[in-house]
Structure formats: C-alpha cells, structure tokens
Ligand binder design. Structure first.
Ligand code: AP5
Length: 230
C-alpha cells in the first residue's frame, strides 16, 4: 500500500502518519522532517533551505524530488506513506513517473480537512521535541508532561515556520500551489477526505476505515494482508 497524506499546514498529517506507520509497518517519507534534520546538521542542503523554510516558502522541486528518490531507494518491499509531498503539480507528476519505474502506484490519497481558523490555532500553539521533532500542543490534552513519548527528550521548542508571518505565507502557498492537486487526484479516483476537525483518535479511525475499505495488500511481519485484516 502506497498512500499520500494530503492537507494544509497543521492539518495533522505528521500526527496521523506516525500512527499509520506503526499500525501498518509502512515506511514514512516526510520531506519536512528530512529537511529539518538537514538544517539541524547544518549540511549544505540544510543551509540552502533554512531561510526559505523559515519563511514558509518551498525549496525547489529538484531538491524535494532528489530527497524522495533517495528515500525510496532505501525502501525494500514495504509500502510507503508520503507526508507533505507532493505539494506541486510537477512533484505529483514526477512521483507518478518514479513510482511507475519501480513498479509502484499511488493507491490512495487521504486529504485531512481542517478549517483555517483551527489551523492557525494549532500552528500557533504547537511545540515540538527539540530532539526528534514530535509535535505537541501547548496547554492541551496533548501536553507531554515534560517528556517526549517518542524519544524521552525533555526540551521543547517552537518551529521557526510557526511564527505568525510564516504561518500566513504557508497557508497562502498551500492554497496557491498545493490545493490544486485535489483535482489531480480526484480525476484519478484516488482522493478520499477525512474530517480533521475531530480529535486525533477519531481522525485516525476515519483513516483506518478508508484503508480497510481499500483492497490493497500491505506487508506486515513478512506476510501480505489486506488492510482490513490488520
Ligand atoms: P512540513 O513539515 O511537511 O509542514 P506542513 O505541511 O506545513 O505541516 P505541519 O508539519 O505544520 O503540520 P501537519 O499537517 O503535519 O500537522 P501536525 O501533525 O504537526 O513542511 C515544512 C516545510 O518544508 C514546508 O513549508 C516547505 O518549506 C518544506 N517542504 C516539505 N515538503 C515539501 C515539498 N514536498 N515541497 C516543497 N517544500 C516542502 O499537527 C499540527 C498540530 O496540531 C500539532 O501540535 C498536533 O499535536 C496538533 N494536532 C494534530 N491533530 C490534531 C487533532 N485532530 N486535533 C487537535 N490537534 C491536533
């Protein structure tokens, strides 16, 4: 099973991607996480994209597609979750071509739909683990009580692109460049929408129901199952 998690900044793509990954043992390709890791390492790629990302704009498609191809080469028989990619029509078309070359197809595109006011609220109150980037909400039921459940880190920071100006830019760029992909995937009959305004567990249940309804085989513990058998 190869699936795309699609939606605006703050919709909950990363949160859901980690839940799906664990349950279905899929490989996760999250370009935002990979780029933030490069920035943390101060690699030449990280230095190149740091300012652009902090402002909420996109690095070039060439950079993104190179990362994607490199990640895909390291995935063996597993299915993949694409979190935060594609974001442009060019990326979507190139991903289709690359998948075809390696005998994969996009099986389902899940759009997480969230109102803009809620997106701004989530992004404005998000803190992330400094060590591994896992997101939490300040002053909410998601508060980690001082310890990250993924890596036991104790330091939490705000992402530079969660500052008000950058949030504004990210939402605009999403509407201008990424939202048009809805039509691209609708035309292929691949797009399914979940209500991302619901709590995390309910959003996840909606996604699992959709995956269960797709007759796509997924690999778990060396055996092939259809998604609803898991
Ligand atoms: P990326 O890291 O992918 O950021 P994004 O798409 O802007 O999405 P976010 O990570 O902000 O939000 P999310 O939807 O993952 O939500 P999350 O689960 O964290 O990309 C960052 C940047 O990298 C881009 O702006 C661009 O510069 C560059 N980039 C990456 N990929 C690119 C590409 N393909 N092309 C070009 N540039 C690219 O949740 C948000 C918050 O809400 C969290 O605090 C969470 O705890 C909370 N939350 C989650 N679900 C719920 C819920 N159901 N109810 C209440 N709160 C919730």
């Amino acid at each position: 099973m190869n699936l795309i998690l699609f939606g605006p900044p703050g919709a909950g793509k990363g949160t859901q991607a980690h839940l799906i990954k664990q349950r279905h043992e899929l490989a996760l390709i999250a370009t935002g996480d990979i780029l933030r890791e490069e920035i943390k390492k101060k690699s030449s790629l990280g230095l190149e994209v740091e300012q652009v990302m902090a402002e909420g704009r996109f690095p070039s498609d060439e950079i993104i597609l190179k990362i994607f191809e490199e990640c895909l080469e390291n995935v063996k028989e597993q299915g993949v979750i694409l979190d935060g990619l594609p974001r442009t029509l060019n990326q979507a078309q190139k991903i289709d071509q690359i998948f075809k070359r390696v005998d994969r197809t996009v099986d389902i595109v899940i759009q997480i739909s969230v109102d803009e006011d809620e997106l701004i609220k989530r992004l404005s109150s998000r803190i992330v683990c400094k060590q591994c980037g896992t997101p939490y909400m300040e002053d909410s039921s998601f508060h980690p009580k001082g310890v990250c459940y993924e890596c036991s880190g104790r330091d939490f920071i705000r992402r530079p692109d969660d500052e008000p100006e950058a949030i504004k830019t990210r939402l605009k760029v999403y509407n201008d460049q990424t939202k048009p992909l809805v039509e691209y995937y609708l035309n292929q009959g691949l797009l399914k929408v979940v209500d991302g305004m619901k709590p995390v567990a309910e959003v996840n249940a909606q996604i699992e129901a959709l995956l269960g309804a797709t007759q796509v085989l997924t690999r778990k513990s060396g055996c092939l199952y259809s998604a609803q058998d898991i």
